[in-house]
Design a protein around this ligand. Structure first.
Ligand SMILES: [Zn+2]
Length: 228
């Protein structure tokens, strides 16, 4: 055996070992999602940015739970609503972009979030959907998003993603302003997001300004399958 072939064998061995120790689980997400009829959110030449927070350690459990999943997937009808919201935003606020933090989320990831969150079991389902019944995200019919400026920096909505405090609630923002927990500007920023999403046919939930459902829970469960 020549020196160079020993070197090639050595390099191949190093690459093999480092791959098997890689933290990023190499899943074929496109296959997993497309088998359930989900489609990838297009980000080319539109005002849509995707930065999945669960594919970073900048999230409430401080861990990357998505591995090599970097793109957002939705049921096609939910995706059409998202594109409508993007068109409405382009008309009303051409300097702003949609910044997607999460969309379809497999049930196996929901289980990790459920098991990891540091909230007593009896209160947990108020903040994280129980994987047993499933989150609307698990069906590819929910989306978590904010708005970003032209450089892609998130605009100020008063809280970060997955803030479990009442400041993230949308039910009584005027009281939050009165109590100086939110500013009027932060509420106005939230309203830009809420208006485009509601106009596009999304439903809000009370406890998270960033979360929108494309369909009710009943409609979602009767029409679509959970992505495991
Ligand atoms: Zn959500």
């Amino acid at each position: 055996m020549t020196n160079s072939s020993i070197l090639i064998l050595l390099l191949a061995f190093i690459i093999l070992v480092s791959c098997s120790h890689s933290k990023k689980e190499n899943m074929d997400w496109d296959k997993i999602y497309s088998e359930q009829g989900l489609e990838k959110v297009k980000t080319d030449s539109s005002n849509i940015i995707v930065e999945l927070r669960y594919s970073t350690d900048n999230n409430f459990i401080g861990k990357d739970v998505y591995g090599n999943l970097e793109e957002a997937y939705l049921q096609p009808e939910a995706l059409e609503k998202l594109y409508t919201a993007s068109e409405v935003l382009a008309q009303s606020n051409p300097d702003l972009k949609i910044l997607i933090w999460d969309a379809a989320r497999p049930r196996r990831i929901q289980q990790i979030l459920w098991d990891t969150v540091d909230i007593p079991l009896e209160e947990r389902s108020q903040y994280v959907a129980n994987p047993e019944s499933g989150s609307i995200h698990n069906y590819g019919c929910a989306i978590d998003l904010t708005l970003a400026d032209s450089l892609g920096n998130p605009i100020d909505m008063g809280t970060d993603y997955d803030d479990f405090s009442e400041i993230a609630h949308i039910t009584d923002e005027s009281t939050l302003v009165d109590n100086e927990l939110l500013t009027q500007q932060q509420v106005e920023n939230r309203l830009i997001l809420r208006d485009i999403m509601v106009e596009a046919g999304f439903l809000t939930i009370n406890s998270e300004w960033w979360h929108f459902d494309a369909f009710s829970r009943e409609d979602t469960k009767s029409r679509f399958q959970i992505v495991e």
